[in-house]
Structures are given as structure tokens and as C-alpha cells.
Design a protein around this ligand. Structure first.
Ligand SMILES: [Fe+2]
Length: 335
């Protein structure tokens, strides 16, 4: 049978230790001991003991002090005090302060001692079992809360997509394609699961701020007036404010806010540069531009992928991250 329980015996008399070892001569117990109470602290911290049996009267140290230490720093270790008849005061205070499970007085009856040890171990097992149940219940509660947040988020995203579709069905299709492209690029990069999830939400909602742009401005074929231009270029801000209202979407909102930033600082709304721009936003910018170029516009027909690649390539390092462009051109989207 394998060792199941680690027990430490602290007593300055080797004779006492040996008689306890004889009582606990069972392969399920591994009994460690020390006759030097000063060493007890180090031994206690070096191993995970299920049970400690500690003598009260030892030169230099009272057993109760060691047991108090265990109660404070190793509360899961069950504590038994071994006393002589004259130590009644020590027993009373140890019991009252809760620092011991039981006490055994010398000389003891071996069967009784074994019984006390077994009940201490049973107590320890029961406590462990209760803790496990408690942890399971806690984890289940956290899971269910997480699920509620995710469900809530999914519902909120769906309704925003509906609003986008109502404003302009092509706007929704653009967002869906961009989301697909962005995730295909992300799959070839070293992004964490969390970053990918944020990118997924950000991509599909990146232009949600456009729902507030007036139709006459949104579909104006000619040059935009200053006010109109401001209205259009504020869509990353509006979009990120909308998305921020959804639980757990702050990171996605930040990506949306940055999706028109350029490496050279000439993007909007904040004119961020290079490393100030999130990698997710850099991916989104490339996916967005690629889709814009390969879709029909009021003022031009859709370009084919090669033409789009060339235009994007010409802006590598000034606008777009060249590693991301390489992944795009590497045929990621057609796989
Ligand atoms: Fe946009």
C-alpha cells in the first residue's frame, strides 16, 4: 500500500518517538520525527504534513507554541498535543484557542492513541472533501457567470449587426468579410486566444459607428465638406463608444478605435504610430482596406486581388505592417 498520510512527531525523547512509530507502523503512514523542537519549523515547511503530534514539555520550547505556529501558517495540518498529567493548563489553553484537534496524555494506551490518530486523519479527509466540493461549486458558479456574460455579449453583438444591416446591408456584408479576412490572417500569426476573440468582435463591428452617419453624407459621391468629413472620420470613436457599453468588450472597443490609424501617424482619430497601434488593429486595417479595394464602390468597380495587393504593397511601412501584408499576399484568404 502506498503512503497516504505524512505525519510528523516532535518530542525531545527518542523513546516516546519510537513508541509512537510502533503504534503507527502501517504502510499508509509515513512518520517523520525530530527530537529538536528548533528544527521542527523547518521540517514543517519542507513537507506537506497531514498530522503533527507534538510533545508539550521540551527543553527551550513549549509544544503549544509550535502548534500555534502550525495553526497560523499550515492550518490544514491537524494537530495533536502530547502531555503529561501536570500540563493541564497548557491543554486547556490549546483546546480553547483551537490550536489542537485532540490531546493525548502520557502514558497512553496504544489502541487509544491509534484511535485518536485515525480520527484526526478522518477529520482531515472530510475537511479536504468539503473543500473540493466547495471549489467545484465555486468553479461551476464562475463558469455559469462567464457563460451569462458571453451569452449577453453574443446577444448584444447580434442586435448591433441587425442595426447595421437595417442601415445598409452592404455595410454588414463588408464587416463580415473583413472579419473573415482578419481571422484568417490572425491564424497565421502568434496571437493568443483572447486576442483572436477580441479581433473577431472588433472586426465584425468595426464600422458600427457608421450607423450614425447621415445617408446624404454616407453616400455622397463627390468631395466631402469639412463637417461631413468630420462626421465620417468620427466613426471609429462612435463605434468604440457603442461597443464599450457591452460587458467584456473594452479590448474590442479599443481595436475598433484604432482601425484607421496608420504606422506613419497620419491615420485617425488619434494619429497613433507604429508600436502605439495594437497588432489586432493593424490586422484589421489591412483586412478592411483589402475588402474595400476588392468590392464595388460608387466611384469605381471592384479591383482584382492582384491590383489590391499592389496598392496595399505601395503603402507598406507607411500605412500598413509589412509582415501582415506578406501574410495577406501569401494567399491566406484563398485557403
Ligand atoms: Fe472603418
Amino acid at each position: 500500500m502506498e503512503v497516504k498520510y505524512n505525519i510528523l512527531v516532535i518530542d525531545d525523547e527518542m523513546q516516546i518517538i519510537n513508541s509512537i512509530r510502533r503504534v503507527l507502523n502501517d504502510s499508509k503512514y509515513r512518520v517523520e520525527y525530530t527530537t529538536t523542537p528548533e528544527d521542527a519549523y523547518e521540517i514543517l515547511l519542507s513537507n506537506d504534513f497531514d498530522l503533527v503530534l507534538c510533545d508539550q514539555r521540551m527543553p527551550g520550547t513549549a509544544g503549544v507554541e509550535i502548534l500555534k505556529f502550525i495553526k497560523k501558517f499550515l492550518p490544514d495540518t491537524v494537530r495533536i498535543l502530547i502531555t503529561g498529567y501536570s500540563d493541564i493548563n497548557a491543554v486547556v489553553s490549546a483546546v480553547n484557542e483551537g490550536s489542537i484537534f485532540k490531546y493525548v496524555s502520557k502514558p497512553w494506551d496504544n489502541e487509544k492513541l491509534l484511535e485518536v490518530v485515525e480520527s484526526a486523519i478522518a477529520y482531515r479527509e472530510e475537511k479536504k472533501r468539503k473543500e473540493e466540493v466547495y471549489i467545484q461549486q465555486w468553479e461551476a458558479a464562475v463558469d455559469s457567470l462567464k457563460k451569462q456574460v458571453i451569452d449577453g455579449r453574443e446577444r448584444a453583438v447580434k442586435s448591433l449587426l441587425k442595426v447595421m444591416e437595417a442601415k445598409d446591408a452592404e455595410l454588414l456584408r463588408h464587416c463580415e468579410r473583413v472579419s473573415r479576412y482578419a481571422l484568417a490572417i490572425a491564424d497565421k500569426m502568434n496571437l493568443s486566444e483572447k486576442q483572436k476573440i477580441n479581433l473577431k468582435y472588433a472586426a465584425v463591428l468595426h464600422d458600427v459607428g457608421k450607423i450614425t452617419i447621415k445617408d446624404k453624407v454616407m453616400y455622397k459621391p463627390g468631395k466631402l465638406e469639412f463637417d461631413e468629413f468630420t462626421e465620417v472620420t468620427s466613426h471609429p470613436i462612435v463605434g468604440s463608444e457603442i461597443v464599450k457599453t457591452i460587458d467584456g468588450m473594452n479590448d474590442a472597443a479599443e481595436i475598433i478605435l484604432q482601425h484607421h490609424e496608420k504606422l506613419n501617424g497620419r491615420g485617425y482619430p488619434r494619429g497613433l504610430r507604429e508600436t502605439e497601434i495594437l497588432i489586432e488593429a493593424k490586422i484589421l486595417a489591412v483586412a478592411d482596406t483589402y475588402d474595400a479595394l476588392t468590392s464595388d464602390r460608387i466611384y469605381r468597380k471592384a479591383l482584382n486581388p492582384e491590383e489590391a495587393y499592389e496598392i496595399i504593397m505601395n503603402e507598406r511601412n507607411s500605412s500598413y505592417d509589412s509582415d501582415i501584408i506578406n501574410i495577406l499576399i501569401g494567399g491566406t484568404l484563398s485557403e
